[in-house]
Design a protein around this ligand. Structure first.
Ligand code: FRU
Length: 462
């Protein structure tokens, strides 16, 4: 929703210390192994790449309040996904045509530079602040200095509405943009060799009103399209917005079968990139139009997922937490019911038919259950509920009597990797206690996890 009072630039606000103090007071929910904003709000990952000898991560960032508002790109680098350097806000509104924020996009190596593709969220003051987004790019050098290179495409108002954003430049230099056709249907716009064309969905995605954050990449010769469609809500698409993957080339009409990327409650706007032969993906563990409990009070809002590695096996996309996280493991312990556990841990187990895992305490918990081949995650009994209108239960029909689960619990996040990453369920969880309070037909091990390290090199731009 358009709230002009939230659209202040990051330099015009001075309450950051107050927000930082509120973040410090949060002893329960601030994650320890996931990226989260130092204060304020983050959403989509942007500009992922390996450049200058380190992984480059950017995200949508609004530092002025733990709420959506004027967006910037915040810059984080890491060599190993264990120690991270916060480098501060790197892309922020400066030009008139960027007046309502710097929206999402990806990155691509261009000579000695990293090219950062983004959408300038322009609102036209002469037209009652009507949104007229523009696709732009900037070049970043190895000293992390930025030169903005301007607009690559104006608002294509003969074809698309104001929903036209999130450029993803592919390995073949096609720019894929999320769009809404004038008839209100979601589509993709492709700019290739100075020629623009539209890609429409002739599958179940044709009922989406917008396809946000497109990604197109090849994994072992499998063409993979990942989209974040908005506005489909039925028995399959249960969250406010969803994420799908399809094995398909970029044809003018796409009829490939969309698969849900994640079967949990909270995952959106993933971005994929390649480094050496690995395809890696980072996502936002959240949704628009959702206020997560306590975050307003604590001065921060929203987290990223863990970084995942993507592979194809038997025509199916697998997602696994990157192996680097194994360095966070403390000593291995046999899985048992225990209240004496930190709030940050990994469980590796097998669950069999009628199996149950409960995490929390006796009164408030989340429940993972395998029943007649159906794996269910139930978050109806948390201390604080989230998005109750969208239901408390998510399930997958695995059609198996037993399966492996790799579960990451991190203060207010839960990621369940099922059968070596064949499926994933990701959710925010809000529990005062995170003990393992029930284990039925479940065997395995667990590790408490060390926190990631954040080095704060924020330049004085906040
Ligand atoms: C997806 C999204 C993008 C947009 C950005 C703004 O979550 O709405 O479409 O670029 O967030 O923060």
């Amino acid at each position: 929703m358009y709230k002009p009072e939230l659209y202040k630039t990051h330099t015009s606000i001075t309450n950051h210390q107050e927000l930082k103090d509120r973040v410090k007071a949060d002893k329960l929910f601030y994650p320890k192994i996931h990226l989260a904003p130092e204060y304020g709000l983050l959403n989509d990952p942007n500009g992922l790449a390996f450049y200058n000898g380190e992984f480059q991560i950017f995200y949508q960032y609004h530092p002025n309040q733990p709420a959506h508002g004027m967006k910037n790109w915040f810059h984080v680098t890491t060599k190993d996904f264990i120690t991270y350097t916060h480098r501060g806000i790197i892309l922020f509104p400066e030009q008139d045509y960027e007046n309502y924020g710097i929206f999402s996009g990806n990155a691509k190596l261009e000579g000695e530079y990293l090219r950062l593709n983004y959408t300038a969220n322009y609102r036209n003051p002469d037209k009652d602040y009507q949104r007229e987004p523009k696709q732009c790019y900037a070049l970043m050098d190895k000293n992390y200095q930025i030169v903005k290179k301007g607009i690559i495409s104006e608002f294509l108002d003969q074809k698309y509405t104001e929903h036209f954003r999130d450029p993803y430049v592919t390995a073949d230099d096609a720019t894929v943009i999320g769009a809404q056709l004038l008839n209100g249907i979601g589509a993709l716009s492709i700019i290739e060799n100075n020629h623009e064309r539209t890609i429409e969905m002739s599958n179940e995605l044709s009922s989406a009103y917008m396809l946000e954050c497109p990604n197109y990449i090849e994994i072992d010769n499998h063409p993979l399209l990942i989209l974040s469609p908005q506005g489909i809500n039925n028995d399959k698409y249960l969250n406010i917005n969803s994420v799908v993957w399809m094995e398909t080339m970029l044809r003018d009409k796409i009829d490939a079968n969309p698969h849900l990327l994640d079967y949990g409650f909270d995952l959106y706007a993933p971005q994929v990139f390649k480094h050496d032969e690995r395809v890696l993906m980072l996502s936002w563990l959240g949704h628009a139009d959702t206020i997560y409990p306590n975050e307003q009070e604590y001065g921060w809002s929203q987290t990223m997922s863990l970084m995942r590695e993507l592979t194809f096996k038997d025509g199916h996309l697998y997602q696994q937490p990157i192996a680097e996280y194994q360095a966070l493991r403390q000593e291995v312990k046999k899985l048992a019911c225990t209240e004496a556990i930190s709030r940050v841990y990994e469980v590796d187990c097998k669950i069999s038919n009628n199996g149950v895992i409960k995490i929390g305490d006796v009164d408030h918990y989340i429940e993972i259950k395998l029943d007649n081949g159906i794996l269910t995650l139930d978050r109806s009994r948390m201390n604080y509920s989230v998005n109750a209108n969208y239901g408390y239960v998510r399930s997958i029909n695995l059609e198996v009597a037993t399966t492996s689960l790799q579960i990451f619990v991190d203060n207010s996040t839960l990621e369940i990797y099922i059968n070596d990453g064949e499926y994933v369920m990701s959710s925010r969880i809000f529990l005062n206690n995170l003990g393992i309070v029930q284990l039925t037909n479940t065997e395995g091990k667990y590790y408490e996890l060390d926190p990631i390290t954040i080095i704060n090199q924020e330049v004085d731009n906040v």
